[in-house]
Design a binder for this molecule. Structure first.
Ligand code: SAM
Length: 213
């Protein structure tokens, strides 16, 4: 273990002195203008909800090297960091424009596989995706619990769901606490292990760690 390694972080994620501060970092090609020393690059918790989950000390179960299905990849800010420390990483995104930006990010990473697919229709990518150790979800859309429920089929029995719920995506007028409660009630086939608010990194977002029941 290097002196900077943190036992609470997955192997391949470290706290490094970058940009004059101790920052969460992975080793890989920069993607979104984040500070880099040429080898390690900052994983900005303010730009990444999974980064904020690690920064908050949540027990994600990630150890490094696992197979990951990532739902809501957008242009690759977070999934690029995941691919830096994980094994095969399947990145589902249904909007063509961010997917176009995701392609060069994947070209720089042999283990990152972009899929221009709708996460509400897992049957359309079931022939490509193998069983995964981690299902990471950041779709920021209505019906976030249903997306997690439908994609549970890919999760190994000892795997983890790492989901982020954006309150305003469900209902802009509702109290975020009510939206979070409704999400947890609607999760099916999962046992929730931990929940944490991602404030102040991401306002009105709840992070959830769960395992298959
Ligand atoms: N996870 C990204 C990151 O940290 O770099 C940011 C994701 S952004 C908040 C949410 C993304 O989910 C958007 O790019 C949106 O197009 C995508 N999305 C929403 N609903 C989706 C669906 N049903 N299938 C696939 N992607 C979806």
């Amino acid at each position: 273990m290097s002196p900077e390694s943190d036992p609470d972080l997955p192997a391949g994620v470290e706290r490094r002195r970058l940009d004059g501060r101790d920052r969460l970092a992975t080793r890989g090609e920069p993607v979104y203008g984040e500070p880099t020393d040429g080898e390690w690059r900052v994983w900005d918790a303010g730009r990444s909800k999974l980064g904020a989950m690690l920064q908050s000390g949540m027990d994600t179960g990630l150890g490094g090297g696992e197979t990951v299905l990532y739902l809501g990849a957008a242009s690759g800010t977070t999934v690029s960091h995941v691919a830096d420390f994980a094994g095969p990483t399947y990145a589902v995104e249904f909007a063509p424009r961010p997917t176009r930006d995701l392609l060069p990010v994947a070209e720089a990473r042999d283990n990152l596989f972009p899929l221009l697919k709708d996460a509400r229709k897992p049957e359309t990518y079931a022939h490509v995706v193998e069983p995964v150790d981690a299902l990471v979800q950041d779709v920021a859309t209505r019906g976030q619990a249903e997306v997690a429920n439908r994609n549970r089929r890919f999760l190994r029995e000892d795997g983890r769901l790492l989901a982020v719920v954006k309150a305003r995506s469900e209902d802009v007028t509702a109290d975020p606490e009510d939206v979070f409660e409704a999400f947890l009630d609607a999760l099916s086939g999962y046992e929730v292990l931990e929940t944490t608010s991602l404030d102040p990194y991401h306002e009105d977002h709840l992070a959830v760690v769960a395992r298959p029941e």
